[in-house]
Design a protein around this ligand. Structure first.
Ligand SMILES: C[S@@+](CC[C@H](N)C(=O)[O-])C[C@H]1O[C@@H](n2cnc3c(N)ncnc32)[C@H](O)[C@@H]1O
Length: 269
C-alpha cells in the first residue's frame, strides 16, 4: 500500500480525519514537544523573521512556530485542502499565521522570501525530496536557515522481545505510511548538494511507554493495513490491538522512534 501522505489529495475523507487526529496527537505529546523545543533552539533567527512550514498538515507545528521569539510571520503550505481547512480553523485568532495550498517541489513563492524553512515529518512522505530541498533553498534569503525534523523510521519499534507479534503492526504501519523510511540517512548529502552549509545533525529518541496514545495509533493502523492486504483476519487484528492496550494499561508498553534533526544554512552573500 502506498504512503497516503505522498498522494494526499486522492485520500478519502474518513482517512484524512484519522491522519488529522494522529498529527494533532503527536504534536501535543509532551515528549515530541520537548524534542522540538531543543531542536528549534538550535536555529538562529533574525528579528522579525518570516518562516515557512512546508507540509504543514493540520498546522500543529505551524501554530507553535508562530509563537517563537523573533518570528513576525509564519506561512504553512500543504497540498491538501482538507488539512488546510482544519489548519485555518485550529489557528483562528493567531494573527501572524497564514496557509497556502501548494507542493513542496514547486513552491508558489518568489526567490529569497523567507528566513527559515521547516520540514517537520514531511520529507519522508515526498517522492523526489531533492526537488523539495532545492525549492527550500531557492525561497530562503541568503543566510536563511533550513530546519528538518523527521522520523528515522527504520528504527520504529514496539517490540519488547524477539518475534514480538506487535512489531509486525509497526512494520506494516511504517511500510504503508512512509514513502522513504531511510531518508534520514541521506539527508546530509542531499542538503549539501543543494548548496546548503550543514550546521547540525542530531538524533532524538521519541519514547512512548506510559499513555502511548500516538504509538497505539501506529499499532492500529498497521493491524488494519495487514487486514486490508489479506495477511491476517480482523479477529487477529483486534487481538493485536487488544494486546497493545493490555500492555499500555499494565505499564508494559514500549514504543520507540528515533527522529533526525538537521539544521543547515543558505550561505550569506
Ligand atoms: C506526517 S504529515 C506532517 C504534518 C505536519 N508537518 C506535522 O508535523 O504535524 C506530512 C505532511 O506532508 C504533506 N505533504 C505530502 N506531500 C507533499 C508535497 N509534495 N508537498 C508538500 N507537502 C506534502 C502532507 O499533506 C502532510 O500534511
Amino acid at each position: 500500500m502506498p504512503d497516503p501522505y505522498s498522494q494526499i489529495t486522492t485520500v478519502a475523507p474518513g482517512i484524512l480525519d484519522v491522519l488529522i487526529k494522529a498529527m494533532e496527537l503527536r504534536a501535543a505529546d509532551p515528549r515530541s514537544q520537548a524534542i522540538r523545543k531543543v531542536f528549534l533552539s538550535l536555529v538562529d533567527l533574525p528579528d522579525a523573521a518570516r518562516v515557512l512550514e512546508i507540509g504543514c498538515g493540520s498546522g500543529a507545528i505551524t501554530r507553535e512556530l508562530a509563537h517563537l521569539p523573533k518570528v513576525a510571520e509564519v506561512v504553512g503550505l500543504d497540498p491538501s485542502p482538507v488539512f488546510l481547512a482544519k489548519a485555518r480553523q485550529l489557528a483562528a485568532g493567531i494573527a501572524n499565521l497564514y496557509f497556502d495550498e501548494g507542493d513542496a517541489r514547486s513552491l508558489p513563492y518568489a526567490d529569497n522570501e523567507f528566513d527559515l524553512a521547516v520540514f517537520h515529518t514531511c520529507l519522508t512522505h515526498v517522492p523526489g525530496p531533492e526537488k523539495a530541498v532545492a525549492e527550500a533553498f531557492r525561497v530562503l534569503r541568503q543566510g536563511g536557515h533550513l530546519a528538518i525534523l523527521d522520523g528515522d523510521y527504520s528504527t520504529t519499534s514496539v517490540a519488547v522481545g524477539d518475534h514480538d507479534p506487535l512489531q509486525a503492526c509497526a512494520e506494516a504501519a511504517i511500510a504503508g505510511l512512509v514513502n522513504d523510511r531511510w531518508l534520514s540517512r541521506r539527508l546530509p548529502g542531499m542538503v549539501r548538494s543543494s548548496g546548503f552549509h550543514l550546521q547540525r545533525l542530531d538524533s532524538y529518541g521519541y519514547l512512548q511507554a506510559d499513555s502511548p496514545d500516538y504509538m497505539l495509533t501506529l499499532v492500529d493502523r498497521g493491524a488494519d493495513i495487514l487486514v486490508n492486504s489479506s495477511r491476517i483476519d480482523s479477529a487477529l487484528a483486534d487481538g493485536l490491538k487488544k494486546e497493545a492496550r493490555r500492555r499500555a494499561e499494565s505499564g508494559e508498553f514500549f514504543g520507540f522512534i528515533a527522529f533526525t534533526g538537521l539544521v543547515a544554512r543558505k550561505p550569506p552573500l
